[in-house]
Design a protein around this ligand. Structure first.
Ligand code: ADP
Ligand code: GLC
Length: 483
């Protein structure tokens, strides 16, 4: 079976969040099971092409959008020790920029719609020009959600796609790619698809994710609880509940896994000292002291609990809840290290708090993979009060390092954390519940043997891809056999 992933992130080439982790790992897992997998990605200017040896150009053509021709350069990479291939779609105007989606202040680029429209058109054209005949196009998030629409309305007679089915995975339903109605002129699709309440129209705008949900052969999201949430809760579905439910329950949740080659405290090259359950106390302490130093915190009393946060600093992640309740959190005897970047307003508010509490709060507004590993390894507790969380990778990696999560009971957080067993969950998205859960965690932290039990449970969790890969394989078989 040949499957082509179409996505906007893939670790290690370009990653903003968990989408990059998933697309970075799942293709290798699937190809180990005999599936032929290609991944099509934008060739962002930030990708270290020399490091990965990606300069090999395999195709060169023009994609025409609203009468303008965009030069498209395609390069290919077969990662070492892997069976899958990665195809990079290049265009200087759209992708030769510092970041993937946003400018340096965290604002989305004005032309994101056009950038990813181009990417999707170019991906389909490349597949056709290469005479590929994929069984499945596995599309990820809004940046690839128009693929099923184009297969239906523009490529229905193409030899390449005669037997091609589509799966759309919703990693983050909060980002739908909604754009101004005048962008219709770029899309080259029948006028009636834009009539009020028809496929692409959404309250006077254009909504690519909605159109993808309505046209893909199957829709998946990344945890069971989130699958349930988006079919029963209008707010958690970001307004798309009825659209999703119109697909006759064709939504399944398949939990993400973690790449154990990247996230393993015994072998992690980014951290101060490697450790396992067998030498947990020593390993945790050494990593903690090193992190305390890095945060310019005193190392006099290493027993004070250290809380880590590694996150995009956006509303989804509960950052406003953290900011509003920071003083109360710091009224506990604890210290906090934050790594992340995102919305400018959050940066401003957090900077003020650091000025007020320099000995107890440290923030690095950066994207820094080695530092993210050092925080995960050196903290006692990971705080993740997400407003919604389709799956969440960070809490899983934290648990594998014996860093106990305190999290809001939603989506994948609810599916991977069991309260008082391997972490702490709070039900209501409120400051009161957050403070309460942190208080409970700190009480247990004082009781070493109880804490040890939590650490053992967390580190023994199974977050491998094994079960989920089987679920994807079953789904691929079902979908490709669908008439
Ligand atoms: P989301 O995809 O919603 O951002 P996840 O928890 O699924 O959330 O995935 C986040 C991923 O991005 C994790 O691998 C995490 O370690 C990584 N990450 C988030 N912020 C940073 C940062 N500032 N620097 C390095 N890695 C980060
Ligand atoms: C999204 C979600 C996150 C999930 C990731 C990978 O970014 O916010 O919960 O883990 O995608 O599926």
């Amino acid at each position: 079976m040949q499957v082509i992933f179409i996505a906007s992130e893939m670790d290690p080439y370009c990653k903003v969040g968990g989408l990059g982790d998933v697309v970075g790992t799942l293709p290798a897992e699937l190809s180990r099971k005999g599936i032929s997998v290609k991944v099509i990605l934008p060739a962002y200017g930030s990708i270290e092409t020399e490091k990965y040896d990606i300069d090999y150009e395999v195709d060169n053509f023009f994609v025409e959008i609203a009468g303008k021709k965009y030069e498209t350069k395609v390069s290919e990479l077969s990662p070492k020790n892997a069976n899958h291939e990665v195809i990079f779609i290049g265009n200087r105007e759209f992708f030769d920029r510092q970041n993937v989606y946003t400018d340096s202040l965290g604002n989305a680029y004005d032309d994101n719609f056009l950038r990813f429209l181009f990417f999707q058109q170019a991906a389909l054209k490349y597949i056709e020009r290469s005479d590929l005949e994929p069984d499945l196009l596995h599309c990820h998030d809004n940046q690839a959600a128009l693929i099923p629409v184009y297969l239906l309305y523009k490529y229905q007679n193409s030899k390449s796609f005669q037997n091609t089915k589509t799966i759309l995975t919703l990693h983050n339903i909060g980002y739908q790619g909604i754009t101004d109605f005048h962008h219709k002129k770029y899309m080259d699709l029948p006028e009636e698809l834009f009539y009020p309440e028809s496929l692409l129209e959404w309250y006077g705008q254009i909504n690519p994710l909605k159109a993808g949900i309505l046209t893909a052969d199957r829709i998946t999201t990344v945890s069971d609880t989130h699958a349930e949430e988006i079919t029963t809760n209008e707010r958690l579905s970001a307004g798309l509940m009825n659209v999703i439910n119109s697909r006759n329950d064709e939504v399944v949740g398949i939990l993400n896994g973690v790449d154990y080659e990247i996230w393993n405290p015994e072998t992690d090259r980014h951290i101060k000292s490697n450790y396992s359950l067998a030498n947990f106390d020593k390993g945790k302490k050494e990593n903690k002291i090193s992190l305390l130093k890095e945060a310019n915190f005193s190392i006099e009393n290493t027993n004070i609990p250290l809380i880590g946060i590694v996150s995009r600093l956006v509303e989804q992640k509960g950052i406003s809840l953290i900011i509003e309740n920071m003083e109360e959190l710091l009224s506990y005897n604890l210290r906090i290290v934050i790594l992340g970047s995102g919305t400018e307003q959050f940066h401003i508010q957090l900077k003020k708090l650091v000025q007020k509490f320099p000995a107890r709060l440290f923030i690095d507004f950066a994207y820094n993979v080695p530092f993210s590993h050092r925080i995960i390894a050196g903290s006692d507790i990971l705080l993740m009060p997400s407003r919604y969380e389709p799956c969440g990778i960070t809490q899983m990696t934290a648990m594998l390092y014996g860093t106990v999560p305190v999290a809001h009971k939603t989506g994948g957080l609810a599916d991977t954390i069991t309260d008082m067993k391997n972490g702490f969950l709070f039900d209501d998205y409120s400051g009161e519940d957050l403070i309460n859960a942190m208080g409970r965690a700190l009480d247990v932290y004082k009781n070493r043997s109880q804490w040890e039990d939590l650490v053992i449970n967390a580190m023994n969790s199974d977050f491998t891809w094994q079960r989920s890969v089987e679920n994807y394989l079953d789904l691929y078989r079902q979908v490709s056999e669908k008439q």
